[in-house]
Ligand binder design. Structure first.
Ligand SMILES: C#C[C@@H]1N[C@@H](C)[C@@H](O)[C@H]1O
Length: 438
């Protein structure tokens, strides 16, 4: 181990109540909304392949033309209550909302720049109504904040000259001001989801970022900050030079999910996922593979089965409406969660040998096991291997307790659950109440 001043300040998981609440969420919603939502991935009649929220960075688009979008931002269809209701029906327990993406446009009337909603025809703060509506719907709010800020003349990708250094010192003050402003304005928010922290200039700010993180945590006890915020003094991100996780949970699972529990290293983590391959902001012409409800449910199940949360992204349109494809996905996920949420909320890695038919979760603090079935074998026989000296005292279909199963023990602590039919068309859950053999 090397001695670090600005590495991880904690080994192992946080054990406080705020983090336990985060750990139990299971399902979250991501919202990417801003000026980029107006063009929706198209410019002068041309569609581009890159992510729609990065359109300002694409060749062929003049930056000033993009920046003028602020004078057209007037989301008259914005309805925070409707957004929160859709998320609540879906079963999301937390939402991560873009306060400022890489373009630097602020959805709140920040005192520290004019590039905010206050300078748009809409004028009003968008974050407060969202925080209030989601909280009212019983959904916690995490604020997404991009350190990288293309609108700020003091931002630098790297610091090469004295002038760069002087400018970036101003940028660091600006960034701190905005973050403390967000924490002051929205006191019920539970965490900050940082992005745009990979550039050299920021990676060189180990001491500043470490002190800022400490300051924010003092301001908001329980605040949750992931591994993407800061680098250690050797420029190591997510995991410090000693391999210790920076921050409270691993934030590396962007559009990907671990396959084994060993990849999780005993940390908390969440996976943030797009519906199309790689579009976060609204993209009019969704191209390529658009994930189905069952695919997204399987991702959710896989994340929870490996001790993570699954956060599904929505990209509202520039007018503030949510596209119908996302609303129907939310509804179908919600319909499934209405029956099966017990296998998701407050659940964790079950510690059992993975099986091909799907995923195990376990209710935290109990011996209750859930079998989330996605791949019914032609035999209809679902193999279950329990720890030695553990038996299944009861097995039944979640949501239909009268549909019970009598496990066939094929050898010590290994059983088959025989399905009554192999013609299920959608994922379902079997509950196993287990007990230590006396
Ligand atoms: C790259 C990148 C960013 N990280 C995702 C969470 C989106 O915000 C995307 O633009």
């Amino acid at each position: 181990k090397v001695s670090l001043v600005h590495g991880a300040h904690r080994t192992g998981r946080r054990t406080d109540a705020a983090m336990a609440r985060w750990r139990a969420y299971g399902l979250g919603q991501f919202i990417h909304w801003g000026l980029y939502s107006i063009p929706g991935g198209e410019w002068d009649g041309k569609t581009y392949n890159g992510a729609a929220e990065w359109i300002r960075s694409w060749d062929g688009i003049t930056k000033s033309a993009y920046d003028s979008l602020i004078y057209h931002f007037n989301p008259v269809k914005f309805d925070a209550t409707a957004w929160a209701a859709a998320a609540q029906q879906m079963g999301a327990k937390y939402v991560t909302i873009t306060t400022k993406h890489h373009d630097g446009f602020c959805l709140w009337p920040s005192k520290y720049t004019s590039y905010t909603v206050a300078s748009s025809p809409y004028k009003k703060d968008l974050i407060k109504p969202l925080v209030d509506a989601y909280n009212k719907a019983g959904i916690d709010v995490i604020l997404y904040f991009s350190i990288m800020d293309w609108s700020n003349p003091d931002w630098r990708y790297d610091i090469k000259t004295k002038d760069d250094s002087i400018a970036f010192e101003r940028f660091k003050k600006f960034t701190r001001n905005q973050l403390l402003e967000l924490l002051e304005r929205y006191p019920t928010t539970k965490g900050l989801w940082f992005d745009g922290t990979w550039d050299n200039a920021w990676v060189k700010q180990a001491a500043f970022a470490d002190e800022l993180e400490t300051e924010m945590r003092k301001m908001r006890p329980g605040l949750i900050i992931g591994s993407r915020f800061r680098a250690d003094e050797n420029g190591k991100r997510h995991f410090d030079t000693n391999g210790q996780l920076m921050g409270d949970y691993e934030q590396g699972w962007e559009r990907k999910i671990p396959n084994t529990i060993t990849e999780v290293h005993g940390n908390d983590w969440d996976c943030v996922m797009t519906v199309p391959e790689n579009q976060w902001g609204y993209n009019a012409a969704w191209k390529g593979h658009i994930k189905t409800t069952d695919e997204l449910l399987e991702m959710l199940a896989k994340c929870v089965s490996l001790d993570g949360n699954f956060v599904l992204n929505f990209g509202p349109k520039g007018d503030g409406s949510i596209r119908k494809e996302e609303l129907s996905l939310a509804r179908e996920i919600g319909d499934w969660m209405a029956v099966n949420q017990e296998a998701i909320y407050g659940c964790e890695y079950a510690g059992l040998e993975p099986q091909n038919w799907g995923y195990f979760t376990k209710k935290t603090g109990t011996d209750k096991i859930y079998m989330l079935v996605f791949n019914v074998p032609v035999s209809g026989a679902l193999r279950v291997k329990l720890p030695v000296q553990t038996s299944i005292s009861k097995a039944y279909r979640l949501g239909q307790p009268a549909q019970t199963f009598v496990p066939e023990e094929i050898q010590a602590s290994e059983s088959f659950i025989h399905l009554k039919t192999t013609s299920e068309k959608h994922p379902f859950v079997i509950v196993l109440e287990t007990a230590k053999k006396t």
